[in-house]
Design a binder for this molecule. Structure first.
Ligand code: ATP
Length: 280
C-alpha cells in the first residue's frame, strides 16, 4: 500500500482518505435524516447509554457494565425497530441515487414513457375546483413503488382518471371522500386510503392531519402528494417530507411536472416559490 503521509504512528493512504470521506458523507446523510424528528432524541439517548457503558467498563464497575452490556447487546435490534422509517428513507435515498435505479439500465425505457403520458390537467382542474369550494383532498402519485400496501387499506377502484371522478370522490357527501386517493400507472387505483402520519415535531400547527399524512408518506416513499386544505382552500404539494404550500394552478402544474417527470421548467411565478415553500 502507498502511504501519502503519516501523523505520529498513523500512516495515511488513499484508502484511509476515501474511508474518512465516506464516513463523513454517511454521518451527514444520517444527520439530515434525523434532524427535526423524534428519532434524533432517541439516537442521542442511545449514544449517551453507549458512552456511559464505555465509561463504566473502563472504570471497572462490573455490575453496571453487565447491565448496560445487555442493553447494548439488543441495541442493534432496537435501533432497527425504532429507526424503521429513517432506515427506509436512507435506503430509498441510496436506491434512488444509484445507477441501478435508472429505467434505462434495466431496459425499461417504456416505463418512463408510460408515466410521461399521465395527463396533469384533470388533477390541476380538480384541485382548483375543490380549493374554490373549500373541499379537502389528498391525492398520492405513486412513483417507483405502486404503494399496494396503502392502496389495500382503502377501497380499490382502478378507474380512468378524470376531473369529474376526482370531484365525485372528494365531494363531502361521497362515501369515498375520507382518506387519500392513490394514482398509479395512469389509473385511480384506490380511494379512502390511510397514510402514515408524520411524527416530525417541526410541522407547523396550522397543518392538520391531512398534511401530516401527506408528509408522513413522502418521508418513507418517493411518492408525491397533492393536498387541498379544507380549512383554507390552499393547494400544497409534498415531496420528501417537504410541503410546498399555497400554490396557484400554474405553480402546481410546474411543480407536478418537475416532481413527476424531472423536468426543469421554471415556475410561472418564480419569486413566490420560496416564501410559500415550507420545509418541515
Ligand atoms: N392518516 C391519514 N390518512 C389519510 N387521510 C387522512 C389521514 N388523517 C387525516 N386524513 C384526512 O384528512 C381529513 C381531515 O383531517 P383533519 O381535520 O385533521 O385535517 P384538517 O386540519 O382539516 O386539515 P386541512 O385544513 O389541511 O384540510 C380526514 O377527514 C381524512 O379524510
Amino acid at each position: 500500500m502507498i502511504f501519502l503521509f503519516s501523523i505520529g504512528f498513523l500512516e495515511i493512504g488513499w484508502t484511509e482518505i476515501i474511508d474518512i470521506l465516506l464516513v463523513t458523507a454517511l454521518l451527514y446523510q444520517l444527520y439530515k435524516l434525523l434532524t427535526g424528528s423524534v428519532a434524533l432524541k432517541i439516537f442521542l439517548g442511545l449514544l449517551s447509554v453507549y458512552l456511559l457503558y464505555l465509561v463504566v467498563r473502563a472504570a471497572g464497575m462490573e455490575l453496571l457494565t453487565i447491565i448496560l452490556g445487555q442493553f447494548m447487546g439488543v441495541g442493534v435490534l432496537a435501533a432497527i425497530i425504532l429507526f424503521q422509517p429513517e432506515i427506509r428513507r436512507f435506503l430509498l435515498l441510496i436506491g434512488k441515487t444509484t445507477s441501478l435505479n435508472h429505467d434505462r439500465f434495466w431496459g425499461f425505457a417504456w416505463r418512463r414513457e408510460q408515466s410521461e403520458k399521465l395527463s396533469l390537467t384533470p388533477f390541476i382542474e380538480a384541485a382548483k375546483s375543490l380549493a374554490g369550494k373549500n373541499t379537502g383532498a389528498l391525492i398520492v402519485f405513486a412513483k417507483s413503488s405502486e404503494l399496494k400496501y396503502y392502496a389495500e387499506s382503502g377501497d380499490l377502484i382502478d378507474a380512468v382518471i378524470s376531473k369529474r371522478l376526482l370531484l365525485s370522490i372528494f365531494n363531502k357527501h361521497s362515501p369515498l371522500h375520507d382518506g387519500a386517493v392513490i394514482i398509479s400507472g395512469n389509473r385511480i387505483k384506490a380511494a379512502r386510503c390511510i397514510l402514515p402520519v408524520s411524527e416530525n415535531q417541526e410541522i407547523p400547527a396550522s397543518m392538520g392531519l391531512r398534511h401530516r399524512a401527506a408528509i408522513g408518506l413522502t418521508e418513507i416513499t418517493d411518492s408525491i402528494v397533492l393536498v387541498v386544505s379544507e380549512e383554507t382552500g390552499q393547494i400544497a404539494l409534498v415531496r420528501n417530507g417537504e410541503a410546498y404550500r399555497n400554490l396557484s394552478s400554474a405553480d402546481l402544474r410546474v411543480k407536478l411536472n418537475q416532481f413527476l417527470f424531472d423536468t426543469d421548467q421554471k415556475p410561472a411565478v418564480a419569486p413566490s416559490e420560496k416564501p410559500v415553500s415550507t420545509t418541515v
